[in-house]
Ligand binder design. Sequence first.
Ligand code: FAD
Length: 621
Amino acid sequence: MHRFLGFILFQPLLQGTPSWSFSPPKNLSTRKATVSIQAVNDVSNESVETTDAVVCGGGPAGLLTAIMLAEKLPPSRKIRLYDRLSAPPDADDDRIWDNDVARFYLIGLGGRGQSALQEFGAWEGVVKDRCVSVVGRRDWQPGDREGTERIFTKAEKRVPTEVLARDKLVGVLHQHILDKYKGRIELNYGFEVHPVDFNHENGKSVLVEIAQCTSELVPLNRLEVKTSLENQEEILCSTEDTKLLKVNGLLVAADGTVRTVANAMEREDRKRFDSLHPIQKVFSPKPFRVKRYEDDNQRVYKSFPINVPKDWRFDLNYSARAKRATFDALPANRKGNYCGLLLLKKDDPLAVENNDPKELRAMMDNSFPYFSKLIDDETMATVAKKPVSYLPSFRYAGPRLFQGNNCVILGDCVHTVKPYFGLGANSALEDVRILGQAIDKHKDENGEFDTAKVVREFSKRRAKDSKALVRVSRDLDRPGKLGVFTFLIPIILDSIFNKFLPAIFTPNIINMLQREGWTFSGVARRKRLERIVQIAMLTSGFYLAGKVATRAILWTATKLFAVCQRSAAARYAIPAAALSFVGTFLASRSNKTRESSKDLPAVADVITKFSKKSEEKQVTK
Ligand SMILES: Cc1cc2nc3c(=O)[nH]c(=O)nc-3n(C[C@H](O)[C@H](O)[C@H](O)COP(=O)(O)OP(=O)(O)OC[C@H]3O[C@@H](n4cnc5c(N)ncnc54)[C@H](O)[C@@H]3O)c2cc1C
């Protein structure tokens, strides 16, 4: 059973401090609408700057989108990317990455992410060179001192997971753009994008406001700025200069959990929907919304820098589970420097800033002695002092992923999952690949395409998948007893059925979600079907086993009864009667067996007969 519980960390769990996030100032308010409707109407087309394509957000998905657009759009078309933070750190400066490996959270790129990067020429020779391959795992179960090592086979993982810091991935893509797409892609840091009019000029373009963030929020050395992810949503940076920008082509929002664009879409749709007559509402398409699940299984984490001993491999995911917490470590580089992550329940006394280093040490000694001895007192004190970091909560957007004819959303802003199964960045990068395919489908011979068709095509292909990804991932993270039914039992069933009937039953759902040949909704559908077949097989199996057992009991009871009759030994009366009772009871549940039980005496008959025989015996004596 413990092995199966270990699946929660089966896929690389790769975290660290979200160093790229910023601290919201006290006086910060959430800006909902920055430009009045009147101002939008007053915009004379001549006075507004125009551009061909805008990408909102310079995370992994945003940067790859800019590269994809540069590859797909005619060479004359310019792409502008905006991110509210400052430019990412230099991916090749080892001083940044090796000094404190616990500063950056690590992500694992699997088949989905690697294929997407490969498709746009950003994998081999670009991102791959900065990754560390993880070829297997070593897991410690509670009380286990040695741990169990397992190297993945090709059948388990088509490609090894490649690990690097999220910020390093961003740094590499940023540098790749500067090297290869100078003049095509314009990168703007310290600017926030706000949608103003999704249907500008009768749906021919989209109008956005570009706001320059104040230096207070985007310090030059953003590595110093840390805060919890929990504070990210709905918080916008305080801005000074703003300008309007008209986007004639695509506005691609890849703004992560901040969701500036998705929130604006939601507000616009809700307003439109609320203004409808109740009867109109019935026939109107469902409004766009962001489904925000309450986190009922919240975990927080603290990250540790660890140097693994020389006799440990440097290409494994080290993971341990204890009653109170889990610990998961991934290689930050190829020199044996790992970033270890201590995951605690939110209400754990240690899940606070400035906790007692002695208590932290005691817990580590108790639960993870093999990791504790790798951490010196100074590091322990630093970690104890750190604030905790939060994992993102489950969210998905839908039922469509576009607004108007020009705006499309992708990445974490559409589907946010906890990083247990390593799917966030991978699915975000896969979104970009699918948007590229949608463009290809509607592109003419001059490379021009109808944005209205492209955004709809993308939405058709990805909206259901995003929902499925979030719902399936959430099912795997339910608390307590619920988790037994939504996670543990399905994983056990899948493992057993896949082992004995691999041609019919696919591997467990965590494994299936990693396979890039499968859509997330396809995996969910397949698993639903398999579950029905599994339950049907188990039910008929139990039914047949029950029948065989009934027959066996009846047969034994008949034999025993015959023996009793012959020997007339009163001491057999009770067991024979009991067996006969069980047999008769089971037999009475099936018509057929009821037929065969006709010759059998009832329990009362057995006892009476034995009593009579005993009496007769006594009389004869
Ligand atoms: C601890 C942790 C561990 C993880 N481990 C893994 C893993 O192992 N594997 C995996 O696949 N995924 C993992 N993830 C998830 C992964 O980091 C995200 O899924 C991924 O970064 C999403 O990329 P994105 O580009 O969609 O969004 P983000 O990376 O969030 O980028 C969004 C960007 O948009 C910018 N932005 C926001 N609003 C605006 C605006 N209005 N204007 C301009 N810019 C804006 C933000 O500044 C940000 O830079 C992990 C996440 C965490 C927190």
